[in-house]
Design a protein. Structure first.
Length: 269
C-alpha cells in the first residue's frame, strides 16, 4: 500500500518536522511505503535527501490563509497524489507516540474519509460546538444540528475521497472569500460541514491527545499527541504564525474541568 503524508511547514513551523518525521516512520502504518510531501518556504529541511521526502515550494500566505488555503495547496499536487492508495494530512505539531495501524483506514461505507474528534469539544452539547453560525457562510451549521466537532489537524482518506473532499472544501472556502467571509475556524469549519453531510470514520481523542492534558479515559491509550504550541521552546502561537517576533510563548496554565459521561476530565487550555 502506498501512502502520501501531507505536511505544511511554512515559516517557523519546521521546528516540529524532525520529530514528526521520525515518529511517523516508526509508528504510522509502519509496514507500508510512505512519501512525505512537505510544503515549505524554507530552503533546507531535515531529511530532504531521503527518497521518501518531497520538498514542495510553498510561500507563506500569512495568517489565516496558511491554514485556510490548505485544500488548494494539496490540490496543487493532485496529479501525483491521485496515484496513492491513501492520503493523510497531519498538523505540523503532531507526534506519533504509539503504533497507528489499519484501524484508521476508512472503508468505503465510511465515505473513504477519516477525521478525529476535537478534544476541546469533549462533553459539550452540540449547540456549544464551535461550528460556523453565519447563515451566509458555506460552513454554516444551524443550532440543533451536528453530531461531532472534528479537528482540522488530522484528515485522511482513499486518494479519490481525499481529493474530492479537498475540492468540496476549497469550493466552499472560495465562495466565502468572494463574499468577504472568513469562517470562524477557517478550514476546520468547512471540514465540519463536510463531515456533517457525508459519512466518515471519526476517531476518538486518543488520536489527537493534547500534550499535558488529563483525560482519564484516553491518557493510557495515546496514539498521537498535539504538541503544545504555547510552550516557549516552540515560540508560542503568534511566533509560529509569524504574527510576532517575540519568542516568549507563554505556557497556558489554565485548565478546563468538566464532567464527561460521569467522568471528571481536565484539559489544559
Ligand atoms: C486547528 C486545527 C488546524 C486548523 C486550525 C484552523 O484546530 O488543528 O489544523 O484546522 O484549527 O484555524
Amino acid at each position: 500500500m502506498n501512502i502520501a503524508v501531507l505536511y505544511i511547514a511554512t515559516g517557523r513551523y519546521t521546528v516540529f518536522w524532525r520529530d514528526f518525521y521520525l515518529s511517523a516512520e516508526q509508528f504510522f502504518l509502519s509496514d507500508n511505503k510512505k512519501d512525505y510531501y512537505v510544503f515549505t518556504d524554507n530552503n533546507q529541511i531535515d531529511f530532504e535527501k531521503n527518497p521518501n521526502v518531497k520538498k514542495i515550494n510553498q510561500q507563506k500566505l500569512g495568517w489565516p490563509y496558511d491554514t485556510m488555503m490548505r485544500f488548494d495547496i494539496f490540490l496543487g499536487q493532485e496529479d501525483s497524489l491521485k496515484e496513492y492508495d491513501y492520503i493523510f494530512f497531519f498538523n505540523a505539531n503532531l507526534l506519533f507516540v504509539a503504533p497507528v495501524g489499519a484501524e484508521i483506514l476508512p472503508t468505503a461505507d465510511k465515505g473513504g474519509i477519516v477525521t478525529c474528534k476535537h478534544p476541546a469539544s469533549y462533553g459539550k452539547a452540540i449547540d456549544r460546538f464551535a461550528y460556523e453560525r453565519n447563515p451566509l457562510s458555506s460552513s454554516y451549521i444551524p443550532f440543533g444540528s451536528g453530531h461531532y466537532y472534528v479537528q482540522g489537524a488530522l484528515i485522511g482518506g482513499t486518494a479519490s475521497a481525499f481529493l474530492n473532499l479537498c475540492r468540496w472544501c476549497s469550493n466552499g472556502i472560495h465562495k466565502d472569500m468572494e463574499h468577504g467571509i472568513i469562517p470562524i475556524w477557517h478550514d476546520e469549519s468547512i471540514l465540519n460541514k463536510y463531515i456533517l453531510e457525508k459519512d466518515s470514520l471519526i476517531l476518538e481523542c486518543n488520536y489527537l491527545y493534547p500534550e499535558g492534558a488529563d483525560i482519564p479515559q484516553f491518557k493510557k491509550q495515546k496514539k498521537i499527541i498535539i504538541r503544545d504550541k504555547s510552550d516557549p521552546k516552540y515560540g508560542g502561537h503568534d511566533y509560529l504564525r509569524g504574527i510576532s517576533d517575540n519568542k516568549g510563548g507563554k505556557r497556558i496554565k489554565r485548565r478546563r474541568k468538566f464532567n464527561f459521561l460521569g467522568i471528571k476530565v481536565s484539559i489544559k487550555i
